[in-house]
Write a new protein. Structure first.
Length: 757
């Protein structure tokens, strides 16, 4: 009887003793690979064994990842530990024959799970790129650049020197020592953005100055690290280190980056938008993202650098796409975190054999790696923070925060292992160093961050970002506009441009006009809105390095269908606000016209209805705006205030906020509250919103008069030419926003915008 048959028989008798239920569950898990191994032994890979490997890595990785998160550690540590438990470090030491049955050394069998793990590397880099915030780097670029440069240079130099001093026996290819040393230096130098971001977000320090510097420095670390990996991979695959190979690797990488962030950016945006707008099947944008990722990975492979650079850059460009919704991003993240991450990091643990640390000389080398990585990163980041102008407490927090490797380190090490530049022993040492530094980072960063007092400028930024997280306009991502050849349509395009331009939101304009000679009118309105943006506030005019704020991203679609049919076709593409500018606005018997009603009711979401009157009816693109916004203190009215302030900020126009209450409402409110305090609170809220939009607002109160009369009187006295109202739709088949809105709609001689939830 063979050893394998004997061990299986003993195992079967033990399963009988522990009971039918537990024995059946464990037996299904344990005896299946034995059966599958028999099929694999014939030379063909076993699909059943592959599925079992995936199941074990995902299940155990998820379980231990959850446990680590509850202990305040990143989930990646649990996934690594899952691999260590299933690999030669633990299971291989206890039951080597069984471990070989689960994960046999057969090349055909290993290639199945390895292929999935290699694709997982690309998915992890794609996700890292999508979560890279280049705008954050721009905000704190001085401190972040200096901290990253010094934080990379010091540990990189230490790792490179260590690689040059290692004995030949520790290198699988001693003739490629330079490339191996570069890999070792890179593995010690870069930080893990995901782990740094996790701890900073967990402690609510992302909005703090030092939190932004730490995260921006980690982003720069990652970017530089992947460029170094790409160049090193090119050197390793060229077979020789000479000036020609170096020039090819560096030149190819530089050309790829320049192309990606110029022409490539527009190509990526166009592909995502076209896919979203033209495909009717499920998850088309997710498929487009995967195609873009693999396409750019193949490009980097073709120029002789590693595919990870293509995937990472693709992630950055995809993350900047104007119409990338949270839902789509969550789909990519869910697939990566739930499947690819536990498999890749689990296999990294499987490829590590901690039993080598029984060798005292290898333990010393491992400790040396940990010391070089920790002291190098800590000292370099601390020095960079000093150069960047941070105080002592901030430099300490920065140095603690940058000392986390985790996923990034292991990906770099796995590339070195797969290319034959690193041995399994070196790979295991790097994994051990990554685990130690990653587990040490969260408690040390929490300790250092808790010592930082909150500054006034930080409090202001926190308040602003909390406002934007809950606000209406800052969370708009894409606008849909329906127009015809009327003045309503031209004014609607102008208003849409003023809202979208500063925020780089794409506009889709549906032109349902059937009149000849009106095709150019939307473009004229867009051009005027673009020029109006440059005359607006200084903040708007100075925004955006990648795209100027007066460059409106608009596409115009002609439709001969009815407004209802046209909106039904376009609305499914995903829009956050629908702006209606068609004529007539008012029906023959009052209220909204049939065309406006059909269009508005066909859209599920916020709607803005624009009616051009007075000066705007005669020339909707030329007359300067003087805005009046009415408020009642309700949430729907606050949306109107935000839209009015956003338009006023973009156009540099004066804005007046009017609070109106009649005698009946005032008397009723005396019973439950002080109406004077309520009025003051509403106007103070309007001033707070105006402060976030960085505009001056004049606040007025009208009491003991009907709301519609007060609004009409203020329109005349204040010489306003645009009234903005936040309203809510009343129940019923007709489009109605209440008697006040209807009175303004039917009697106002000044332009009107209704913002309806």
């Amino acid at each position: 009887m063979s050893g394998r048959t004997l061990s299986t028989g003993l195992l079967a008798r033990w399963l009988v003793r522990i009971g039918p239920v537990r024995g059946g569950l464990i037996g299904a898990l344990v005896l299946l690979p034995a059966a599958a191994f028999g099929a694999e032994g014939s030379g063909a890979p076993s699909e059943a064994l592959f599925l079992l490997q995936v199941t074990l890595l995902v299940f155990l990785g998820r379980l231990l990842g959850e446990a680590m998160q509850r202990l305040g550690q990143p989930a990646v540590i649990g996934q690594l530990v899952a691999g260590l438990l299933l690999g030669p470090s633990v299971l291989g030491s206890i039951a080597p024959a069984f471990q070989q049955q689960l994960f046999p050394a057969s090349a055909a069998q290993k290639s199945m799970i390895d292929g999935l793990a290699q694709f997982g590397i690309l998915m992890l880099l794609l996700l890292a790129g999508m979560e890279t915030d280049l705008d954050l780097v721009k905000k704190v670029k001085r401190a972040a650049l200096s901290a990253s440069a010094a934080g990379i240079a010091v540990p990189f130099a230490g790792g490179f020197i260590l690689g040059e001093l290692l004995p030949d026996a520790m290198l699988p290819q001693p003739d490629k020592r330079l490339a191996a040393s570069l890999f070792l230096g890179t593995a010690l130098a870069i930080s893990s953005v995901k782990i740094v971001a996790m701890v900073i977000r967990e402690m609510n320090f992302l909005r703090r100055n030092v939190g932004q510097v730490i995260l921006a420095s980690a982003i720069i670390d990652d970017t530089i690290g992947w460029i170094i990996v790409a160049v090193t991979f090119g050197l390793a695959t060229s077979g020789a280190v000479d000036l020609a190979s170096v020039a090819k690797s560096i030149g190819g990488t530089a050309a790829f980056l320049v192309f990606s962030f110029t022409i490539g950016r527009r190509v990526v945006f166009a592909v995502i938008r076209w896919t979203n707008d033209n495909f009717a099947g499920e998850l088309p944008v997710t498929s487009a993202i995967l195609v873009l990722m693999t396409g750019m990975a193949l490009i980097t492979h073709a120029i002789g650098v590693h595919t990870v650079l293509g995937a990472f850059v693709a992630g950055i460009l995809i993350g900047e796409s104007p119409i990338l919704t949270r839902e789509i991003e969550d789909q990519v993240r869910g697939l990566t975190i739930s499947l690819f991450a536990p498999i890749f990091f689990g296999l990294s643990g499987l490829n590590s054999d901690l039993t080598i640390l029984a060798n005292s000389s290898l333990v010393l080398v491992t400790l040396g790696l940990i010391v070089i990585a920790s002291l190098g990163k800590f000292g370099g980041a601390y020095l960079g923070g000093w150069v960047g102008g941070l105080d002592r407490a901030e430099r300490l927090a920065l140095a603690c925060g940058m000392n986390a490797r985790g996923s990034t380190e292991i990906i770099v090490a796995s590339i070195g292992l797969s290319t034959g530049l690193l041995s399994h022993d070196l790979f295991t040492m790097i994994v051990a160093m990554a685990v130690v530094t990653t587990m040490a980072m969260p408690p040390t960063l929490r300790w250092s961050l808790n010592r930082l007092p909150l500054r006034d400028d930080e409090q202001q930024r926190i308040d602003r970002e909390e406002f934007e997280a809950k606000a209406f306009v800052p969370n708009l991502e894409r606008l849909l506009v329906m127009i015809d050849g009327s003045s309503n349509g031209a004014l609607a395009v102008r208003i849409a441009g003023l809202i979208a331009g500063p925020r780089r939101m794409p506009l889709t304009i549906i032109d349902v006009s059937k009149k000849n000679g009106t095709a150019g009118r939307p473009q004229i309105a867009l051009e005027h809105a673009a020029s109006e943006l440059t005359r607006g506030s200084a903040k708007i005019a100075q925004q955006a390095d990648a795209e100027r704020p007066n460059e409106l991203d608009a596409s115009i679609i002609s439709h001969e269908a009815s407004p209802r049919d046209a909106i039904a076709k376009e609305a499914i593409k995903g829009f956050d606000l629908f702006i209606v500018g068609i004529d007539p606005t008012v029906g023959p018997t009052g209220g909204f016209s049939r065309k406006v009603t059909e269009a508005a009711l066909a859209f599920e979401g916020p709607v803005a209805i624009v009616s051009a009157r007075g000066d705007h009816d005669r020339d909707p693109t030329k007359s300067a705006l003087n805005i009046l916004v009415s408020t009642t203190g309700a949430e729907v009215a606050r949306r109107g205030i935000e839209v009015a302030f956003a338009i006023g900020q973009a156009a540099g126009s004066p804005v007046t906020a009017l609070y109106v209450t009649d005698a009946a409402n005032r008397r009723a409110r005396w019973r439950i509250s002080n109406p004077v305090q309520d009025e003051r609170a509403v106007l103070n809220d309007a001033r707070t919103v105006a402060k976030h939009y960085e505009i001056e607002v004049e606040a007025k109160v009208r009491i003991d008069v009907a709301a519609e009369d007060a609004i009409m009187r203020e329109l005349r006295m204040g010489r306003h030419n645009l009234i903005v109202m936040g309203v809510s739709r009343r129940p019923g088949k007709k489009l109605s926003f209440g008697h006040v809105a209807q009175a303004i709609l039917e009697s106002s001689t000044r332009s009107v915008i209704f913002i309806a939830s």
